[in-house]
Design a protein around this ligand. Sequence first.
Ligand code: AMP
Length: 204
Amino acid sequence: MIVILMGPPGSGKGTQAVKLADKLELPHIAVGDMLRDAIAAQSELGRKAEQYMNQGKLVPDQLTIDLVKERLSNVDCENGFILDGFPRSKAQAEALDEVLEDMEYSVVYFDIPLDEVVRRNSKRFSCRACRTVYSRPGTCDKCGGELYQREDDKEDVIRSRYEVYVENTKPLVDFYKDREKLIEVNGVGEIEDIFGRLLETLKV
Ligand code: AMP
């Protein structure tokens, strides 16, 4: 099964992606995490991506397209995958179309309003080690890592990430509607309730 999760920053798509990947025993491909790993490793990709990410801008298409194409060619993606944070632009959606060819897939769109985006993201703390997301500082329950606030979760950057989303990513809702691939899920509410809605709409 191939599921692509879309939605504004802070719509909960990352949290839901982890739960879905766990349930379906499929790899969770989170492009933001892959880019943060590249920054931590101080690779060439990381050096190129960092300035864009810290400002809440999209990393140039060709970098993310190459990254995702390579990841999807991995043997663990043979039975499907959960794609989180890609595509975020028309060029990325077209590149993904080429990779998927005539494979079956679903695109889930979590919609939440801007005030909820700001409220959630400004309270978001991530584990430096395993990337698990919390709504408090401290240490990670899973691995004991330090919980920190991402540079791009500061309020002014959140607002510009939302603008970037509206301009570049939201148009993909129509792109996938036209292909009859889009499933809308209400992203407001408790994590477990949203997950229930997600499973119901995906019929899994
Ligand atoms: P995320 O962890 O999904 O919130 O992504 C964090 C940041 O990584 C975004 O604000 C972008 O700067 C960058 N990023 C993640 N995915 C993409 C993508 N598909 N295209 C371009 N930039 C991306």
